[in-house]
Design a binder for this molecule. Structure first.
Ligand SMILES: [Zn+2]
Length: 397
């Protein structure tokens, strides 16, 4: 259990009126995040616990489809970014020392790093009997002109990026479907499943569409059209003048704002061609490796969840990602009771924050709600008389 009296950080009501998003206001007021520069945020302990919980759910689901985790560099060479044409072609790329002796990039994506690296390890069909999946959870940098307040669209953000390497298109298609299902599980587990839509989008370089996971959100930056007949979602960008469902041909749709929490692409051989990532088949013929890439904005997901669930009493986090599942509000001389209750809860793999501060009840309950704790236990003289803490649940019983 963690004692709140030991924390360096405090809640505040003093947040700029310019910040109107409920989620961002809540995260700032609760002391989860602090802005350093536009589009770049520090995660304070409570924010980091939430972020880590989301990252661990993503990690479990990636491991479940056989992907291996690694950690690539945040700095990338100009040589590799030039080989794919993206040193000049990717407008959001942070290019450092551009005219200097050793120019390099702050990586916005990692095809340029991982593809040449794998050329050292893959050269035979024997290496690709199974599709290889490699992923990392790492800070990404994008020189985003539209950096918004909050962690929904940043210049520096935490992302999970998975890359797949297959011997042919058919093998990629199989892995792609496994990854899609894993994404559905991730968004279910962090509480966004019901309102997150697998969405056809434009911009697929190697297939007709790219695919996004879009969560319905009032402050979302995208617009999606959801077919009234089959439920298929389409990004506004691909919809011609009049809506026609690409899945069933129906012409009526519900239109809503949404925020993109993930995307998956079939890359084909663009990057393997650029870095000569190829394998020799059973007959001695060389073929380029067929690739896919799969992103989840981990810090953005935290921003979306914060915004999505925030109620009039500010933040509200589902148990799966809340910094602590249980908040013990101790009012009066009941620390022994708190310790014993915390012990019982922790024995069930729950996490406990004890508010042992010498403060008024009103202040403590307001903080408990602001923090978004799903379960609040009030340990007071009244509760002690009946030997039962009063329990308040933010998501119903
Ligand atoms: Zn349809």
């Amino acid at each position: 259990m963690k004692l709140l009296s030991q924390s360096a950080f405090r809640t505040t009501r003093d947040v700029s009126d310019q910040i109107t998003d409920r989620g961002t206001r809540g995260l700032l007021q609760a002391g989860y995040i602090r802005q350093e520069i536009a589009g770049a945020y520090s995660f304070l302990p409570m924010g980091l616990r939430t972020l880590t919980n989301i990252a661990n759910i993503v990690r479990e689901e990636m491991n479940a489809i056989g992907a291996e985790e690694l950690l690539l560099t945040a700095l990338g060479s100009k040589e590799h970014w030039t080989a794919t044409g993206r040193w000049d072609g990717l407008d959001v790329l942070f290019r450092l020392n551009e005219d200097g002796e050793r120019p390099y990039a702050l990586n916005a994506s990692h095809e340029e790093i991982l593809t040449p690296l794998l050329a050292e390890f893959i050269n035979s069909y024997r290496h690709l009997e199974q599709t290889i999946g490699l992923y990392q959870i790492q800070t990404k940098f994008r020189n985003e002109p539209r950096a918004k307040s909050g962690i929904l669209r940043g210049r520096e953000f935490l992302m999970k990026d998975l890359y797949s390497f297959s011997r042919d298109q058919a093998a990629l298609d199989v892995f792609f479907e496994e990854a899609r299902k894993a994404y559905v599980r991730v968004f279910d587990r962090i509480g966004l499943g019901e309102k997150t839509h697998y969405t056809f989008a434009s911009g697929g370089t190697f297939s007709k569409y790219s695919y996004e996971f879009q969560t319905e959100l009032e402050i979302g930056e995208d617009i999606i059209h959801i077919c009234e007949n089959c439920g298929q979602s389409h990004n506004e960008e691909i919809v011609e003048k009049n809506f026609k469902c690409v899945e069933c041909g129906h012409e009526k749709a519900r239109t809503t704002k949404a925020s993109e929490v993930g995307n998956i692409f079939k890359l084909g051989t663009k990057f393997s061609d650029a870095f000569s990532l190829k394998y020799r088949d059973e007959t001695g013929m060389d073929h380029p490796v067929v690739m896919g890439c799969y992103g989840i904005g981990v810090s953005r997901c935290m921003g979306v969840v914060a915004e999505f669930f925030a109620d009039e009493r500010w933040l509200r986090f589902p148990e799966s990602i809340a910094p602590y599942t249980d908040y013990l509000l101790v009012q009066g001389d009941h620390m022994d009771w708190a310790k014993s209750l915390a012990g019982n809860l922790e024995a069930e793999w729950r996490s406990v924050l004890v508010d042992d501060r010498d403060a008024r009840f009103g202040e403590k309950i307001a903080d408990a709600e602001l923090f978004g704790m799903p379960n609040i236990y009030i340990l007071s003289d009244t509760a002690k008389a009946s030997d039962m803490p009063e329990v308040r649940r933010r998501f119903g019983a």
